[in-house]
Structures are given as C-alpha cells and as structure tokens.
Design a protein around this ligand. Sequence first.
Ligand code: PLP
Length: 539
Amino acid sequence: MTMFNSDTKLYTPSRHKDVLKNPSSQLAHIDDDMISRLANEVYREDLPVTMDRSYHDDPTTIDEPRPEEFLTIDQPRPEVFLTNDRPRPDNPHVNDPEPSHVTTDPYQQHAESSYYFLSHLHPTVTPIQPINYHTNHLDSYSLRKDFPILRKRVNGRPLVWLDNSATTQKPRAVIDSLDTYYSETNSNVHRGAHTLARQATDAYEDARKKVQMFIGASSPEEIIFVRGATEAINLVSQTYGNANIKEDDEILLTMMEHHSNIVPWQKLRQSNGAIIKPIPINDHGEVILEEYEKLFTPRTKMVAITHVSNVLGTVNPVRTMIEIAHKHGAIVLVDGAQSVPHLGVNVNQIDADFYVFSGHKIYGPTGIGVLYGKRILLEAMPPWQRGGGMIKDVSFDKTTYNGLPNKFEAGTGNIADAVALGTAIDYIQNIGIDRIEEHERTLTKYAMHALSEIPGIRLIGTSPSKTSVIAFVIDGISSDSVARYLNGEGIAVRSGHHCAQPALRRFGLDSAVRASLGMYNTKEEIDCLVNAVRKISRS
Ligand SMILES: Cc1ncc(COP(=O)(O)O)c(C=O)c1O
C-alpha cells in the first residue's frame, strides 16, 4: 500500500476526479497498482492534465484543466507525477527537447537527470548528454498507451521492457483481435458451408494476404503459417533439405546464427551426411564478405543466414549475400525473426528463397509464425507433416496432396493467432515500419554511445549497421548479476547466451547482458538503463 503524506501530490486528469477528490475515503484504497495505472494513464493517454498551481495549499485539490493546459502529443510530456520522488524531471520530449511552457513546474529547478516516471532510479546521477537525439516524429510516448502491460510496475518500479528480442509486448488491438475472434468468429476453417466457417476462413486468409503484402511476397500461396521461426526452419531443413542436400553437400551458416538456425541443419548433417561451414564475422560482429565468398564450392547447396543478429544487432547485407549465393547455385534461407519487427523487408527485392519469422516478436501472439518460400521451391518440396487439410484425395492405396499453402498446413492451424498476427501487421503499418526503424536505430545509437562511456563496460556488436540490440558485459560482474540488479529496478533485460553461443564465443564470452528495443521504448528508458548500469559498474 502506498503511503500518502502531506508531501504527496497526485496530479490527475479530470477523468480520475471522482476517484480522487475524496482523499479521506478513497485514497486509502488506492494501492500501488492503481497508482501506477493512474500515473501511466495520464502520462500515456495524452489526457488533459491539471496544472493548477494551488496544489501547494491543498495537495488533493483536483481542478478542471484550463484550455491552454491541454497537452497534445506534439508538446512536451505532461507534468504528471506522484511525488515523494525527488528530483523532478525536466520533461524532455522526443521531438521537442527544448524546455517549454511546462517549466512552470515548481520542481523544475531541482530537475536532474531522470524523469518523473523513472526518477526513483537515479536521483543523483549525472545526466547523459544526448547525441543528436531526434527521430522522424515517431511518438513512442503516445504509442505506449496502446500496450496495457507497459503500465505495469515490477518490483515497485515502472516496467522498462528491454527484452524485445525475446518477445514484444502486445498492443490492445492484438489482444482485442483474439478476443473478438473467439467471441464472434470462432470456427474451423476451410471445411464448412456455414457462416462462421466462412467468416473464420476469410479472416485466416486475410491474415495470410496481410503477411504477403507486408513482406512483399508475390502471392498468398507463398505464405505458410507455422508456429514460429524455429518451426519454419525445421520445415525447410526436413523437406527441402532432405530432398536436396546429400552427403558432402555444404551448408553455410554465419557465426551469429540463433540456435534455431543451426540445430535443424545439424540434424540434416546427422541424417544425410551434409557438411556445415561457418561464415566468419569480424570484431564488430559483421560478416566478412570476402571470406564468405571464398567458402563456396560446387557442393554448396544451402546458405542459412540471419537478417538481424539477435545478440549483435548487426543488420546483415542479405541482398548481397543472396546474390553471391545464387551466383554459386545455392539456395538461401533468411531468418527474419529479428528483422521484420525493426525494418522494412521485401523478400522479392532481396530475392530470398525462404524467409521465416515469428509473430510474437512483431507485436503479435505467440504460437504463430511464417514461412515464406518461392512458389517454385514450395511446389517441388514434399509435404512436412501429414494429416487433414493438406490432402486432395485419400484412399487406402494412396494420397494426393493439396496445393499451396495447404500442403504445408496439416491439421487445424493456429487460426486465432494468425488473425491476430494480421492485426499486429495492420498496427505496424499504421505507424509505418520506416518510422519504427528510424526511431529504433536512433535509440540504439544513443544507447550505444551512452553505455560506451561507462568505465569497465564492453559492448558486443559494434557494427554501424545495427539496430535494436545492445549486448554488453561489465568487468568483474556476471551478466546474471547485472540482469538481476536491473530487474530490481524494473528494467527487463536478458542475460545468458541468447541462444547464440557460437556468436558469443567468437567474442570469448559465454554470456552477456542484452537490452533489446521495440517501437515503444523511449530515450528516458535508455537513460534509466544507462544510469542503472553506471551504478552497478561502480559498485
Ligand atoms: C534470430 C532468431 N531466430 C530464430 C529465433 C527463434 O524464434 P522462435 O522461438 O519464435 O521460433 C529467434 C528467437 O529469439 C531469433 O532471435
């Protein structure tokens, strides 16, 4: 239970007036969760904020905002705070770093490095100087209101979600989409004449079309719904791979692959006697293209490469790499698990043969993902799993298979999650993937620069062509300890090998801390991370 005293000042929009205007009867029932929710609603919902200066006299006074005090998303963030915290922030805004009219805040004079919703974390730490921090007007502050979980407090702190490479949080639209599907549309697909069967089928196939458009595939038949990137790679290795990669044939994998893009190929090596050759990377965590090209032989059949590394953040030059592979007659699978959430992808432009990704990393649900394959390849491949839905005709003598995409979707698929993935794609497209990309790249640079100034820190993955992933170690402190300390501050990061052990070993490490960004992360959250890391590195 939060304690209120005469120092506690709760600024709130009029919407919460009723709850709050009677402190004696109501405030006693307000617990931490509610405090958090109210503060975040004010902060995130772009609501008019009470700016009444009379609170000094009566901290519980709630006044209607004056018209000039209505704040919009283009203005600095509202001066809303629950304060027993000192010092107060200076209300920076991503698109307007200049001080503004809100500087009338009586606490402004005490403002230091942090921000009202993070001020508990680093009240005394020197501010980090922004380095050309600007974005093309992606308003991550406003976006945050769409993500209910971001209102949560963890360990008494506002949640700072920097574990987006593991999974992204879901906007309300995606959550509602699942609800609506099950409340109004639920049916099996492709198998009924009734209304709901038709509606569910339409919704499922619409989602497929959205994916097709989103990644620039030529037709919806080239989009296969699977559980995620891992399943998609297993599908390709066990169908295309089994049929086409034989003993002593070679598979090239970069040293920065996720285990999901290594282990399935090892299975093929085990069963078919194929050879796996690692593609070397340099000290910045970039593929060494000259070395890459030297690896090709007439036996190179498959190149499987990540588009964006989940531990280094490197954006690989996949178009060039594919061109080189095709010149040598090899097929290329691109693991897009960490690219589709962060940058625009067009599978036709890069000429990928296969492209895979997971819905949950792109603000959609878990349990749904995508395999894109060129039609000519998918048509020639044998089915993977067998059962209902993927057949054209079955007798006890023989079975003929359905065409694309059904041939690869045996059994009842993950219909609701596919539909909600379509909603996630709509959501992203409404914002604009280019704006997301620029915002995240800018934030990544900002974070890299700020962290690099902390003594004792070593950043892993320093390519100028990187996005959204920041991995580091601190001298003398285990990654696990760092992550646990940050968790205590409400900051969610990963520690460990990140399912990319060969990549970490390339840098002489078994483990690292990884902060990974999403569209809703803010500069203030990066400051919060950096300040916490600075603190722990001094300890
Ligand atoms: C680059 C990369 N590939 C593949 C995967 C596997 O994704 P999923 O577990 O959703 O199948 C991940 C997950 O972190 C990843 O980062």
